[in-house]
Design a protein around this ligand. Structure first.
Ligand code: SF4
Ligand code: SF4
Length: 315
């Protein structure tokens, strides 16, 4: 028997809401007993897309996080529900029985992720079913997966090592939404948004030029990352932990390094970091230039050059 799960790659999600619309199209006005009754025309959808904005102008990022029922392995909605109103199918899908759950508004509070919604018209709690009625008809995936144009959603059997989802889970670092709840969800994510540090580097003696290819090093005392500024002089480190102390160091030959300590309580824009020419290097260069013997007038000047030099003197 399969154990169904979903893998959601945030990097691939462009926020088109096709998954949301496919879910509404499948369930609005349509009953699929014994798994679900029609979704209300107004109210919450079972596949929601959270728009998450990070940073402050001018360094702003927007990510989209599609969130169905997370199909938890340790599901409090099952454990707390009386009379078996919420149960798990042998393939792992958690179902709210629309008949047994009728009038039990308290069931919506059993999901700490807040992914059970109350249907006022029918007096029942509802949520995503992984389109169980379609899987029984032979469909290989729910409607939201089929509708996603970017491949951000992958569905399949987590117990089959040859399934696409199992291979992806094995090769990527996957995460769960709200890990503090520790409910072992079978919906997992790749690249959930984290903290980022960004900034811009300029060279003090070339301020009108973009400082391309300047090395920026980020360290937390144990590990370090580095990157180079792009053609606008911008740099960025994404995927960082929250509330962690980092040192940001900018280095470039011939300039004094710049170093600052920051803590990622929020996303950080360090603004413009100006590198000042290194006085020692500049002094050495000047000394070299001063000590160099004066160049003797060239004995090999062409007639043309002599003529030009003469013309210059006359004027
Ligand atoms: S996400 Fe909520 S509704 Fe879904 S299985 Fe987990 S606890 Fe239950
Ligand atoms: S359909 Fe795919 S790309 Fe569009 S919002 Fe949903 S997950 Fe993201």
């Amino acid at each position: 028997m399969a154990r169904y799960g979903m893998l959601i790659n945030i990097n691939k999600c462009n926020g088109c809401y096709s998954c949301f619309l496919a879910c509404r199209d499948e369930y609005e006005g349509n009953d699929y007993p014994p798994y679900s009754l029609a979704q209300p025309t107004e109210g919450k959808s079972w596949m929601k897309v959270i728009e998450k904005e990070r940073g402050v102008t001018p360094k702003v990022k927007v990510d989209y996080i599609p969130v169905p029922c997370l199909q938890c392995s340790d599901a409090p909605c099952i454990n707390k529900s009386p009379n078996g109103a919420v149960y798990r199918r042998p393939d792992g899908i958690v179902i709210i029985d629309p008949e047994k759950a009728r009038d039990q508004r308290e069931i919506i509070s059993y999901c700490p992720h807040r992914l059970i919604y109350w249907n006022e018209e029918k007096d029942i709690p509802q949520k995503c079913t992984f389109c169980a009625h379609l899987l029984e008809k032979g469909w290989k995936e729910p409607r939201c997966i089929e509708a996603c144009p970017s491949g951000a959603l992958v569905f399949g059997d987590l117990d089959n090592p040859n399934s696409e989802i199992s291979k992806l889970v094995a090769s990527f670092k996957t995460e769960e939404l709200n890990p503090a709840f520790n409910l072992k969800p079978n919906v997992r994510y790749i690249d959930l948004p984290k903290r980022f540090i960004a900034g811009e580097v300029v060279l003090g003696d070339h301020q009108s030029e973009c400082a391309l290819g300047i090395k920026v090093i980020l360290t937390d005392g144990k590990e370090s990352l580095d990157c180079k500024t792009d053609s606008f002089g911008d740099f960025e480190f994404d995927g960082l932990e929250t509330s962690r102390k980092y040192t940001v160091r900018v280095e470039h030959k011939g300039y004094e390094p710049s170093e600052q300590e920051v803590v990622t309580y929020s996303d950080l824009n360090l603004g413009v970091i100006e590198l000042i020419p290194d006085k020692k290097t500049t002094k050495k260069t000047n000394e070299k230039t001063t000590n160099r013997p004066a160049k003797k007038p060239s004995q090999k000047m062409s007639k043309k050059s002599i003529k030009r030099a003469g013309e210059k003197t006359r004027s």
